[in-house]
Design a protein around this ligand. Structure first.
Ligand code: G1P
Length: 291
């Protein structure tokens, strides 16, 4: 028993950093290797002991729900064509955990998206949050590392990674005390300038949130970019209660922009035993001909 069985997956964003590819296609459905980005996220959650996902979508993003819906006709066609393994993979996509969908009616920010899940959470002491823009690569899964810290500390847990100063203003940043890798977090600031950043420890897209963060969220006013920021609600809890941050082990691969998505695809396909050799020989060919 982990004590954390539900993950909230905000997937309602507009994907403006990845236009025009994401004009009609939800950015969470952009393929990475052989599956959409959001499927990698859910697989990480399930491998971390999660049994239920609440996915926050937005109007017009029905493809996400379609991807996780059963498709017995497709499975039958695949079996008929002699691909039972593929049929089995398709069968398991929507069954890896219990799934619920909530529509965020307006793009009011990450904090608002997370709050949209509040009435699906019942009396759970803590829930996980996973932002599907970042794929985790490593063992143990990142969410499992946070849940382990939660079971010891029984408070909100953040995923922290050291970040070069010139990139720090893309992230929430933590003020910390202690030696790590599990730090006491005394404050968090959303997208500070390099001069204002309280440290080089940036918040990455995984959280375990206790109920006090949801209470704080319900009274959080719009902050940076005019959006209701999750970081601001965590800040309120860090000031009044207890928050820890884990400097995790393993790699996070961004898929939220065209260039990061290209690099992540290359990294994932490179390591894939079936797809890797074709990519490597194509690169060799390009290098030798220069075309
Ligand atoms: C969000 C959070 C930010 C966090 C980041 C991680 O920002 O608001 O605190 O550091 O995710 O990727 P976004 O990427 O949505 O601008």
């Amino acid at each position: 028993m982990t004590g954390v069985s539900t993950v909230v997956v905000p997937a309602g964003g507009l994907g403006t950093r990845f236009l025009p590819a994401t004009k009609a296609l939800p950015k969470e459905m952009v393929p990475v290797g052989d599956r959409p980005a959001i499927q990698w996220g859910l697989e990480e959650a399930v491998a971390s002991g999660i049994r239920r996902a609440v996915i926050i979508t937005a109007p017009g993003k029905d493809l996400i729900k379609a991807h996780f819906s059963p498709d017995p006709e497709l499975e039958a066609i695949l079996v008929g064509r002699g691909s039972p393994e593929l049929a089995d993979r398709i069968h398991r996509i929507g069954r890896m955990c219990e799934l619920e969908f909530v529509e965020q009616q307006q793009p009011l920010g990450l904090g608002h998206a997370v709050l949209c899940a509040a009435d699906r959470l019942g009396g759970e002491e803590a829930v996980a949050v996973l932002l599907p823009d970042d794929l985790f690569w490593g063992t143990p899964p990142l969410l499992a590392q946070l849940i382990r810290a939660y079971t010891r500390e029984r408070c909100t847990v953040l995923a922290l990674r050291r970040c070069p100063r010139d990139q720090i203003s893309r992230y929430g940043v933590a003020a910390v005390e202690g030696e790590g890798p599990v730090f006491h977090v005394s404050d968090v600031v959303e997208k500070p300038t390099p001069d204002e950043a309280p440290s080089d420890l940036a918040l990455m897209g995984r959280y375990v949130l206790t109920q006090d963060v949801f209470r704080a969220l319900s009274t959080t006013a719009p902050g940076a970019l005019g959006e209701i920021q999750l970081t601001d609600a965590i800040r309120a809890v860090a000031g009044a209660g207890k928050v820890v941050g884990v400097e995790f082990t393993g790699d996070l691969l961004d898929v939220g922009t065209l260039d990061s998505w290209l690099a992540t695809n290359a990294a994932i396909v490179w390591r894939d035993p079936d797809l890797g050799p074709a990519l490597r020989s194509r690169i060799e060919e390009l290098e030798s001909t220069g075309e």
